[in-house]
Design a binder for this molecule. Structure first.
Ligand code: GTP
Ligand code: SPV
Ligand code: MN
Length: 590
C-alpha cells in the first residue's frame, strides 16, 4: 500500500539530508521480518539463539549505550517555561540547527528504514500514528514487536492526517553527540547517537509519553507511565487497575501477576492489558477508560524467572529479541535471578567470558516480546475504547517511610500523593542507582510539559469524572532491620490488590493514618505467606518524624514548580505535616 503524499514528501526531503544508500519502506509482513532478521544476522547486529527458542535473537548494544540518557533528553517547546523546571529545555531553532548538522549524511552507506506504526489498537478512535525513519535494523525489528507496524498504519491513517514525525539515526553512537529532542509544537521527535530502548524506539517513551502527554493536555486525556491489569475476584466481575511505578519498579511484574495458591484456590484470576504505558480518557459514563498504546513488552530481564514471573517467561520463548543479556554455551540467554544458577562458560553481556567481577547480564538488559505471546493477555486487551479503571496505584522503591498500601482520601489527595512520589533511581537510566528522587506519577523523565500544568491537568480530568477511580499508594520495597525486603512481593501483591478492590466496593476494614486509610488488623489475608501480623503492622506504619520530613520534602518539591503548581496540591503538603503532628500526639498519650 502506498504511503500518504505528506509522508512521501517528508521522506524525499529527509533523503537529501541523510543521504542513505538505500530506502526500505516497512510493510510489516512476515516475509519482511525474516529478510530483516537475515540482514541483521549477516551484519552481526543479531545473533540467533538456541533452536528451542524459535525466532529469538540476541543483540549486544554499544557498551556506552545501555539505558535512557535523561541528561541528553530535551523538550524543545517554544519557551523554557512550557517545558518547566523538571525538563531539559532547548530552543527549537537551536536544537534543529545543531541536530541537522549531525543528521547531515549520517546514513551514508546505510539503509534508511521507513517504519510506519500505530500506537493503540488500529480500530481505536484514540489511536495515534507515527512514522519513524531509522538506520538501525534492530530498531526497525523492535518497533515491529512494540507497535502495530507497517501497512496497517496507512490503513489506520487518521482522517485529519496528523502523524508524529520520528527521525532517528545511530550517528556515531557517541554520548558526546547523542541528543533525544522532542518538538511538541511540531509533533516531531529527533533522536541521534543512541540505538537503545527509550532513546531509539521512538513510539515508546518519546511518542506515547512525552509527545502524547502534550496531546492529552490539549485534548483532555492523560498519557501515563502505567501498567493496566484486569483482576477478577471470586464470583465477582472483572475489575481494572492502572498503576504508575517508576522505571524498574515492578510494572511488568504486577501486570503479569499470578495469584498465589491460596487465592487461586478461592477463584482469583488476573490478566494483563499493558505493562508500561496507559492512555486514560474520561468516558461518556463518567469513568476513566484505559488503552495500552503498545503491542509488546520491553521488559527488564534480571530478576525474571518462572518463580517471579512465569507469564513473562512464557512470553519470551519465541519471537523475542534479547538485548544485553548473558549467553550460555547452549545458545540460551541467562541473567541474574534466572531460574538456574549461571552455567559454566557463560559469556557476559559484552560477549566476553564472564569473570564474575560484575553482573553477567547488564542490569538494564531487556527482552522485546509480542504481547500476544503472553499467556495471561486479557481477551479484551485491544478493545478500541479501552477498559474502565476502578483503581489507580502509585508505587515506588521506598525502603522506609511509605506504607505497603494506603488509600487516598479523594482525587486531590491522590494527585498529591502521586504528584510528589519519590523513588530510588534504577539502572533504567544512566547515572547513580539507589538515589532517592521525586518522580511525580513516575513521569519525571516523561512529561513533555510543565509539571505544574500537568498536576492541574490531573485535577481537571478528575473534576470531569462522575465515577472516578479510587487512588492508592503501594510500596513493595520496604526493608527490614537487615536491609532485606520485608514484603514477599510479586504474586503476593495480589493480597494488597484484594484489599484495594474491597475498598473500591465500600468494604475492606481500614484505619486512618496521615497517609489516608491503611488496612485494619486482619484485613489483609496473610495465610500462605511467612509474613507475621507484627511484620505487616510495621509495613503499615510510618514514624511521625519521618512523615513530617517527607511532608517537608514533598512541599519543597512542589515549591520548585513555582506559580503553576495548583494551590490545592500545595495545601495537601501542609495538611500532611499537620496530620503527622496530630497523629504523633494521638499515639503517645504523654
Ligand atoms: P520498566 O520496564 O523499566 O518501566 O520497569 P518495570 O516498572 O516494568 O519493572 P519490572 O516489573 O521489570 O521490575 C523491575 C525489577 O523489580 C525486577 O528486577 C523485578 O524482579 C523487581 N520487582 C518487581 N516486582 C517486585 C516486587 O513485588 N518485590 C520486589 N522485591 N521486587 C520486585
Ligand atoms: C523505562 O525506562 O521506563 C522503560 C525502558 O520502560 S525504556 O524503553 O528504555 O524507556
Ligand atoms: Mn517503563
Amino acid at each position: 500500500m502506498e504511503a500518504p503524499l505528506a509522508v512521501r514528501h517528508w521522506i524525499a526531503d529527509l533523503q537529501t539530508v541523510l543521504q542513505p544508500a538505500h530506502v526500505h519502506w516497512c510493510d510489516g509482513s512476515d516475509a519482511e521480518r525474516e529478510a530483516l532478521e537475515r540482514e541483521a544476522v549477516a551484519s552481526g547486529v543479531l545473533q540467533p539463539l538456541a533452536a528451542s527458542l524459535p525466532g529469538c535473537f540476541l543483540h549486544r548494544s554499544h557498551p556506552d549505550d545501555v539505558a535512557r540518557t535523561e541528561h541528553l533528553t530535551f523538550i524543545c517547546s517554544a519557551t523554557k517555561e512550557d517545558a518547566g523546571p523538571t525538563n531539559n529545555w532547548w530552543a527549537p531553532d537551536e536544537a534543529r540547527a545543531k541536530l541537522t548538522e549531525l543528521f547531515r549524511g549520517s546514513m551514508k552507506g546505510r539503509t534508511m528504514y521507513v517504519v510506519p506504526f500505530v500506537m493503540g489498537p488500529p480500530d481505536s478512535p484514540f489511536r495515534k500514528i507515527g512514522v519513524q525513519v531509522t538506520d538501525s535494523v534492530y530498531v526497525a525489528l523492535n518497533m515491529r514487536i512494540m507497535t502495530r507496524m507497517g501497512d496497517v498504519a496507512w490503513r489506520a491513517w487518521l482522517p485529519d492526517g496528523t502523524f508524529t514525525r520520528c527521525l532517528h539515526s545511530l550517528g556515531d553512537l557517541s554520548p558526546e553527540r547523542r541528543y533525544i529532542c522532542h518538538f511538541p509544537d511540531d509533533n516531531a521527535i529527533w533522536s541521534i547517537g543512541s540505538g537503545y530502548g527509550g532513546n531509539a524506539l521512538l513510539g515508546k517513551k518519546c511518542l506515547a509519553l512525552r509527545i502524547a502527554s502534550v496531546l492529552g493536555r490539549d485534548e483532555g486525556w492523560l498519557a501515563e507511565h502505567m501498567l493496566i491489569l484486569a483482576v477478577q475476584p471470586p464470583e465477582g466481575r472483572v475489575r481494572y487497575v492502572a498503576a504508575a511505578f517508576p522505571s524498574q519498579c515492578g510494572k511488568t511484574n504486577l501486570a503479569m501477576v499470578v495469584p498465589p495458591p491460596e487465592l487461586a484456590a478461592k477463584g482469583w484470576k488476573c490478566w494483563t492489558v499493558g505493562d508500561d504505558i496507559a492512555w486514560l480518557r474520561p468516558g461518556p459514563d463518567g469513568r476513566l477508560w484505559a488503552v495500552n498504546p503498545e503491542a509488546g513488552f520491553f521488559g527488564v530481564a534480571p530478576g525474571t524467572s518462572h518463580k517471579s514471573n512465569p507469564s513473562a517467561m512464557d512470553s519470551i520463548q519465541r519471537d523475542t529479541i534479547y538485548t544485553n543479556v548473558a549467553l550460555a554455551p547452549d545458545g540460551t540467554p541467562w541473567w541474574e535471578g534466572h531460574d538456574s544458577p549461571a552455567p559454566d562458560g557463560v559469556l557476559d553481556w559484552r560477549g566476553r567470558p564472564w569473570d564474575k567481577s560484575g553482573p553477567a547480564a547488564h542490569p538494564n538488559s531487556r527482552f522485546t516480546a509480542p504481547a500476544r505471546n503472553c499467556p495471561t493477555i486479557a481477551p479484551n486487551w485491544e478493545a478500541p475504547q479501552g477498559v474502565p479503571i476502578d483503581a489507580i496505584l502509585f508505587g515506588a522503591r521506598r525502603p522506609t517511610v511509605m506504607p505497603l498500601v494506603n488509600e487516598a482520601r479523594d482525587w486531590t489527595h491522590g494527585v498529591f500523593l502521586g504528584g510528589t512520589l519519590a523513588s530510588e533511581t534504577t539502572a533504567a537510566a544512566t547515572g547513580k542507582v539507589g538515589v532517592l528522587r521525586q518522580d511525580p506519577m513516575a513521569m519525571l523523565p516523561f512529561c513533555g510539559y510543565h509539571l505544574g500544568d500537568y498536576l492541574q491537568h490531573w485535577l481537571d480530568v478528575g473534576a470531569g469524572l462522575t465515577n472516578p477511580p479510587r487512588i492508592f499508594g503501594v510500596n513493595w520495597f520496604r526493608t527490614d532491620e537487615n536491609g532485606k525486603f520485608a514484603w514477599p512481593g510479586f504474586g503476593d501483591n495480589l493480597r494488597v490488590l484484594a484489599w484495594i478492590l474491597d475498598r473500591c466496593d465500600g468494604n475492606g476494614a481500614g484505619r486512618e493514618t496521615p497517609w489516608g486509610v491503611v488496612p485494619a488488623e486482619g484485613a489483609l489475608a496473610l495465610e500462605g505467606t511467612n509474613v507475621t501480623p507484627a511484620t505487616l503492622a510495621r509495613l503499615l506504619t510510618s514514624d511521625t518524624a519521618e512523615i513530617e520530613a517527607e511532608a517537608a520534602t514533598r512541599g519543597a518539591f512542589l515549591d520548585t514548580l513555582g506559580e503553576r503548581c495548583p494551590r490545592e496540591i500545595k495545601a495537601e503538603a501542609s495538611r500532611l505535616s499537620v496530620a503527622a503532628v496530630a497523629w504523633g500526639k494521638s499515639l503517645s498519650p504523654a
